[in-house]
Design a protein around this ligand. Sequence first.
Ligand code: FES
Length: 109
Amino acid sequence: MAFEAVATVDQLPPGERIVVEMGERYIAVFNVDGNLYAIEDVCTHDGGPLGEGELLDDEPQNPKVECERHGATFELTSGKPTFPAVVPVDRFPVKIEGDNILVDPENPL
Ligand code: FES
């Protein structure tokens, strides 16, 4: 495992997201009501930036992000997409250690 710090806890309060460059990947990290999710910042339909998408949290246990390009949604918990995307987005391990939020970009879930 290769966890790396991407932000401090203070930098990513509930309702916020950040996009970080980790090696050759861009990863979007979301804080939804205190739960952290890390996904590739690339829509599997046509490359839209998911970190800029609207967060859909009408189902609190199953938050989704909507790609702003053509409207596909992705479950943050599973990566599962809706049309027009058909391929799940990669998800990554994320955890808190001390004051830091860490992501492992080398071992997609
Ligand atoms: S690029 Fe995301 S829905 Fe088309």
